[in-house]
Structures are given as C-alpha cells and as structure tokens.
Design a protein around this ligand. Structure first.
Ligand code: 6PG
Length: 247
C-alpha cells in the first residue's frame, strides 16, 4: 500500500482505532488542562461521523474521566446534519450518547447547532453569533478562537461539512454556514475555515485504509481538509496504520 507522504503538522500512528482513541484522549487531557489552567475554560468543537465515537467513550471512562475538569468544558460542534437532535444521524446525539450525557459538563455550556430548523441559513447565523459571543478573538471581528477542534476526514477529503466544490469553502467573513454533503443527510451546517484556522489546537482522527487517498489529497493540497492549516495553532493527525498506509 502506498505511504501517505508528509502531512502538515505532527503525526501519531497507532496500530488500530483503539490506539488512536487512546492517544487522542491523552492529548486532549493535556490541551484541556493547559487551557483551563490559563483561562479557566476549555472550548472544544467536537467532530461528527463515526470515528470519534470511540474517543468520546474513552474520555467518558476511567482513567481519562477522572483526569478532566468537566465543569470547565464548553462544547461546540464542527458540523451537524439537517435532522432532529434525537435522530440517529445527528452528530450531537452521537456525542451525547458517547460522552456529553455521561460527564458533568454544565448544560448551558453545550452549544448545539439547530440544524433541524427549516431555515438553515438562520440557524447557521445564530451559531456564528454564539461562537463570536462565547469565544475570544485575536482582534475585534476576527474569527473566534477555540482551544481545540476535533475533525474527521471523509473519503473524498471533506472535513466537518466542508465538501469539495461547496460555496462554504470560500467563506471568510462568517463562522458557520449551511453547506451540502454528497451523502445523506445532504443539508448541513458547518463551521468555516476561519474558525478552524483560528484554533489553538486542531486534531484529525483518521482510521481505515479507505482514507488513504484522502490523506494523500491533503498532502497534495487537493481536498478541503488541506485548507485546515492554523497559522497560530497546533495541527495534529492521529492515524491508525491502515490509514497511514504502513500496514
Ligand atoms: C459528518 C462529519 C464528517 C466526518 C467524516 C468522516 O458529519 O459526517 O463531520 O466530516 O468527520 O465524514 O466520517 P467517519 O469518521 O464516519 O469516517
């Protein structure tokens, strides 16, 4: 299998998905602890899809559970599918089942994208305002700076709900917009590149050989995930051997 090549940022390769989740969980403990020590709050945007579920389960269990100051967590989402929050396709439902309903994060500090609304543009604008009013920014009017953003990678190189060819890829003056996926649920809300690239720490979690071509697309700059390059932040990749092409 072809090697992935040189990804931008630090790369951790583990044997399997469980190892990826364990390494990412250890990293989140460190990032969260530093953010809380510095400013009393840890602002994190969670990834959707299936890969992060294992990570969230690890965080909600011993020993990581006891190593976290959950009351200082403030939770956002990188994207959401246009469905009710209790729909099996909902990223928020997945995060609640695997983590949020199992630890003592203050409910008022969990910010769900209201992607079930008929007017997705209004829901996205509301989420932009929530990000702007709860997160610091490098300068007035610039993108909200999250402490941590977790991301997955689709086989076509999308991340969050930034899909190839979508107008959302061009947005620089809004923090969340509606977008369209190439698989159901098609309609989405997604954070935009300015938010991803303003973050202090960004980590991709990528497992499975099927993601190898998408990772090569990142290396070659051919896919949406290649646009995530935080100039004043850490970029990390947590891969299993199958995705990294080393197995
Ligand atoms: C979504 C996700 C999406 C996901 C990738 C990878 O709502 O679908 O935000 O960007 O991270 O499609 O998904 P898997 O982890 O399930 O492979």
């Amino acid at each position: 299998m072809r090697q992935v090549g040189r990804l931008p940022g630090a790369v951790t390769v583990r044997d399997d998905a469980a190892g990826v989740a364990a390494s990412a969980a250890d990293w989140i403990v460190e990032v969260a602890g530093a953010a809380i020590a510095e400013g009393g709050r840890f602002r994190i945007a969670l990834a959707g899809g299936s890969t992060p579920r294992t990570l969230y389960q690890v965080l909600a269990a011993a020993p990581h559970r006891e190593r976290m100051d959950w009351r200082s967590w403030e939770v956002f989402f990188g994207d959401e599918r246009a469905c009710p929050p209790d729909d099996p396709a909902s990223n928020c439902r997945m995060a609640r089942e695997a983590l949020l309903d199992l630890v003592s994060i203050r409910p008022e500090l969990i910010h769900r994208m209201e992607a079930e609304r008929a007017d997705l543009n209004a829901a996205a604008a509301k989420y932009s305002s929530i990000l702007a009013s709860t997160c610091p920014a490098a300068s007035p009017g610039s993108a909200p700076r999250l402490d941590c953003v977790l991301l997955g990678l689709g086989e076509n190189g999308h991340t969050a709900s930034l899909f190839p060819g979508d107008p959302a890829l061009q947005v620089r003056d809004r923090w969340a917009v509606r977008s369209r996926a190439d698989y159901a649920p098609f309609d989405r809300i997604t954070v935009t590149y300015p938010v991803l690239n303003a973050a202090a720490h960004v980590a991709f979690l990528v497992t499975g050989a099927a993601k190898g071509e998408a990772l090569r697309g990142v290396v070659d700059g051919r896919v949406p995930a290649a646009g995530v390059r935080p100039p004043d932040g850490e970029l990390r990749w947590f891969l299993d051997a199958a995705a990294a092409g080393s197995r």
